[in-house]
Design a protein around this ligand. Structure first.
Ligand SMILES: Cc1cc2nc3c(=O)[nH]c(=O)nc-3n(C[C@H](O)[C@H](O)[C@H](O)COP(=O)(O)OP(=O)(O)OC[C@H]3O[C@@H](n4cnc5c(N)ncnc54)[C@H](O)[C@@H]3O)c2cc1C
Length: 471
């Protein structure tokens, strides 16, 4: 079909373009489906895993340089991107092939997997057996290795603590290329306990064994609303003591508008909602009395951001862009994204200070059970502290508008109330302040064993100095 001037008609152009677009999107969909199927398949091949570990251990044994080494994973990092972070310039240890699910054992309710497995793939694979990890962080592409080496909690944490509290065994490659199998009660028990929250500074997790819990197809969420903080805290205490829900988290929309979300597994749902498109999960807590979600949609209801929702992009893409373009980010007065852990008995004091000095709402609130007096915490930290529940209060995406450093103000207030913060973001602790919270004796004991030449940096340097471009 030619138009009079010899040009192909508009109809032909539109048809051809449509056909090409359909073909491309068909191919992309098939490739994506195959990729998902591969990532979610269980591949119990001990020899293949051993060969990967041998390659990583060999690379470390043969390395002659003592320059700092960072890890390269396949999926995006959920460390908050920082413009001067030295990790971008480090040599890299390649972990990209450690992405396989090795075992799902429905009888013993355990999973075994390589560290690069993401929670979205893990949940899809375990749900086929009616099981889920006991803690599922709410961003789809957080990996199980990162969840232990960083810090991962979610709405089941009021019952079971963090994801690391549900782990049974780690295979760890040391900086000198030794392979250690670490459990809570073998000769490497201190290495096992110390891996949590050490951000890859004590060695490389190459295989994790963790507990799985029975699941149902849907989660029924009910919202309890409060206008007084005391009533809110009392409700958290009550539910934590009775353990009368599978999941508990909340949104503090404002000091007098507090919502507690209680999730319970159910077999049937009258309808379901999902929050990965235009609907926004945290806003719905203000409007609804109850909600029903398919189990996987419940876990990832905040994937586009908890309270700083990106209307178009998932969290992975936003983080990936931030890392590619990290040099363009602001070094001074960076946006505040952080989690603090405050003992429940001191939450009122902390929030009174916070309301006065910072005043940014909404906050995400996740009750967290202190499962043990962790070896990575300094001995004095828990002294005189009877609380079995801490509150994780998360501030996401707060713009700093004046000359104060809100990160630093929060660090100082946490020291006063006996709280701590996760280290995924901007940290300004001096070494003395830092090691008054984290346990230096235990850290150094493991460091001497697993990274004697300090090629992974020490924890304070990596999280409080290198992130700011300092050595
Ligand atoms: C916007 C935002 C929201 C978040 N929300 C939540 C939340 O709601 N709940 C929650 O629990 N967490 C949350 N996090 C924190 C997140 O769980 C941690 O940052 C976690 O460490 C991310 O895991 P990752 O797989 O992305 O690991 P990465 O970011 O890639 O790594 C984290 C650290 O662990 C080290 N590491 C990674 N893999 C290994 C390994 N195999 N061996 C040794 N060290 C390793 C890395 O070197 C790095 O220092 C959030 C983070 C951000 C930025």
């Amino acid at each position: 079909m030619q138009c009079p001037g010899g040009m192909p008609s508009l109809v032909v152009i539109v048809l051809v373009a449509g056909a090409v677009a359909a073909l491309v999107s068909g191919v992309v969909a098939v490739v994506a489906r195959r990729g998902r199927a591969r990532r979610r398949a269980v591949c119990p091949d001990p020899a293949r895993h051993a060969a990967k570990v041998a390659r990583i251990a060999g690379a470390l044994r043969e390395r002659r340089s003592t320059a700092p080494l960072s890890l390269r994973k396949r999926s995006v990092s959920h460390m908050v991107p920082k413009p001067r972070d030295r990790r971008y310039r480090d040599d890299k240890l390649d972990l990209r092939e450690l992405n396989e699910l090795l075992v799902i054992d429905p009888e013993r309710r355990i999973g075994v997997a390589e560290p690069g497995v993401t929670f979205v793939d893990l949940v899809a694979a375990t749900l086929r057996h009616g099981l889920v990890p006991e803690v599922v962080p709410e961003l789809k592409t957080i990996t199980i290795g990162g969840a232990v080496a960083g810090c991962s909690i979610e709405s089941s944490s009021f019952r079971v603590g963090g994801f690391h509290d549900t782990c049974l065994e780690y295979e760890v490659v040391t900086a000198t290329g030794e392979v250690l199998v670490c459990t809570p009660d073998n000769e490497h028990q201190l290495v096992f306990q110390m891996m949590h929250g050490t951000f890859g500074t004590l060695g490389v997790l190459v295989r994790l064994t963790f507990r799985l819990a029975p699941a149902r197809p849907f989660v029924h969420v009910t919202y309890e609303r409060f206008t007084r903080l005391d009533d809110y805290l009392a409700a958290i205490t009550g539910h934590a003591e009775r353990r009368d829900a599978d999941f508990m988290d909340g949104i503090i929309h404002a000091p007098d508008d507090l919502v507690l979300s209680l999730g319970r597994f159910v077999d049937r749902a009258p309808y379901t909602h999902r929050y990965d498109r235009l609907a926004v999960s945290y806003r719905s807590t203000r409007a609804r009395r109850e909600d029903w979600l398919a189990t996987a949609d419940y876990f990832f209801r905040y994937d586009r951001g908890v309270t700083n929702v990106n209307p178009l992009l998932g969290s992975s893409l936003v983080l990936r862009l931030g890392q590619w373009l990290h040099r363009l980010l602001r070094a001074e007065r960076p946006t505040v994204t952080l989690d603090v852990f405050v003992p429940l008995s001191r939450a009122r004091a902390f929030l009174a200070w916070y309301r006065e000095e910072v005043g940014h709402f909404p906050l995400w609130c996740v009750p967290y059970r202190r499962v043990r007096d962790y070896e990575w915490i300094a001995p004095g930290f828990f002294a005189g502290l009877d609380d079995s529940i801490f509150l994780d209060l998360a501030i996401y995406g707060m713009r700093q508008r004046d000359d104060r450093n809100v990160y630093r103000l929060i660090e100082e207030e946490l020291a006063r109330v006996g709280g701590l913060k996760t280290l995924i973001s901007h940290n300004y602790y001096s070494a003395d302040e830092f090691w008054a919270i984290w346990n230096k004796a235990n850290y150094d004991a493991v460091k001497r064993r697993t990274d004697p030449h300090n090629i992974f940096r020490d924890l304070h340097t990596k999280t409080c100095r290198a992130t700011r471009g300092l050595t």
